[in-house]
Design a protein around this ligand. Sequence first.
Ligand code: SF4
Length: 619
Amino acid sequence: MLYIVTALYIEAKPLISLFNLKKDNSYTKFQVFSNEDVKLIISGTGKVKSATALTYLISKEDIKKNDYIVNIGFVASNKNSQLGDIVYVSKIQNAYSDFDFYPEMIYKHNFLEGSLTTFDSIIEKKIENIEYIDMEAYGFFQTASIFFKKDKIIVLKIVSDILKDKVEDRVLVDFKNENLFSESYNNIYKFLVNFKTVNDDSNFTITEQELIKKVLENLRLSDTMTYELFNILRYLKIKYGNIDILKKYENIEVTSKVQAKKLFEEIKNISLQKNSLEKTISPEINKKKIALNNRFSHIYVEKKILDNKNTLEILSKFRDAKIIEIDNYKEVFSSNNQDFHLQKLGQNLILASNKPNMIYEGAVVCEDFENDNFYYTSSIINCVYDCEYCYLQGVYSSGNIVIFVDIEKVFEEVEELYNKLKSLYLCVSYDTDLLAIENICSFSEKWYHFIKDKKDLKIELRTKSANIDKFLNLDVLDNFIIAFTLSPEEIALKNEKYTASFKNRVKAIKELQNKGWKVRICIDPLIYTDDFEKNYSDMIEYLFREIDKNKVIDVSIGVFRTSKEYLKKMRNQNKKSEILYYPFECIDGVYTYSDKLKSYMIDFIKEKFLKYIDNERIY
Ligand code: SF4
């Protein structure tokens, strides 16, 4: 459903006609016009009325994942606009408070973009530092954010009034014109009709939902088991395209908890077996997708670092990007109701000033490779890659990338710690893949130069990229460890989107080794699939056919593991992931493979590596 809020009938009239809407008399407090796909409400003037009407409109509705809400209306422009220009609003300010909203700038459009300020009364002459002026958008956006995902809220305005320094010079549209802004409205209409519902084929069909309901009634499972069963069924649905297995239990009425648990375990075991069920091929659905902006089409920059040299260097690489000034990165990055995965598809960049204390002690669950004083630091949040199992989707609500630009301040902090402790082991590619973003910020190279004369300051740069050219031209440093995370070709291709292919990562290792670099190999996370043995054996054999085993510093192996809280968020973000919906065991709040499977996987891989690497160098 597409919901539209306008302040006045004159703003709504062309939309009523274009969408062929009819007066909806089931609404009595405000005028509403609707058809099967669209509901439009006329709120009256002002932000409170806009918020009230919006709440009234959707109060009876069950808002779906793909529903949109749009505020359309007239604005006054302080810029050199033309009457009829359409503005896709990128920032909404309240004239009377400091809190701003930043709509998602992810969809491709042909309109202008700009910042809008909502006032409580009509403004008749130009105001410094303000682009567009209206009377509703702030109230609309604030309320819409409660009910809709951020990417589903859009503010489109048509310039009807051009403000000048003197009131008498103001240019105002002729509101008596019958075809007022017909071209602008046609363009808005064309843009909006693209927002079609996209089918989510990992969802259960109505028949499947009824089957689940019946089985749950029969089995009478505990709440925890019900939750687990749902996840198992989703796993089966993703893997096999159906949950026909459940039909077997449709008419079984259990008489005891023991029997219920037994049947639950039976279903779980079926899900754990390789290729245990027949696959259903789902029909190709002709999905109409909304076009998204290219990566980094918009860059949010904190005002206080606008003149920072690293900021300027980064911005110089994106001459066509739209720059939106912000007060604090959290206004954009940490706002509620964001869609991590949609943002990954049209990722934007946020440049921020450093937080205090950017060095953290290494977590117990992370391998320290027998180094003392294990710390990590992260000058970048999020990654240009998109690995299906990435824990970042459990940690952050946004898929956009934040760069804390002032890396020299981090160096000062590290230097202080190093002087105090005399030796340090620091992971610098944490919460991101630093090498993957090297062409944008050159932080890996800056680290290289920073540690060059500090022999007891060892850093690890972990990557899935093959972006190693810089390092081929730099002298080898023993305290700069380049660590490559490797996965079998199929996993790299299917589940590690945008990363270098397995073979290109191996090629990068080989080239570095030829230049004298020693590398670390990380097989982490190990993922269990039906072809686990073959995929990982092929991977290791290929690797050592290509690279020099003597120039491998060490190897680390770890299975997929994540906290209960993160997995819940990750599964919610990615309902089609066979990896994430695997029926893991939960041990002390951490979800991972069962002890038995975990040992099997690690032993299997280790044995393969032992053919090339001695035991002491395998972690
Ligand atoms: S490379 Fe690492 S940080 Fe980047 S998406 Fe993959 S798992 Fe996440």
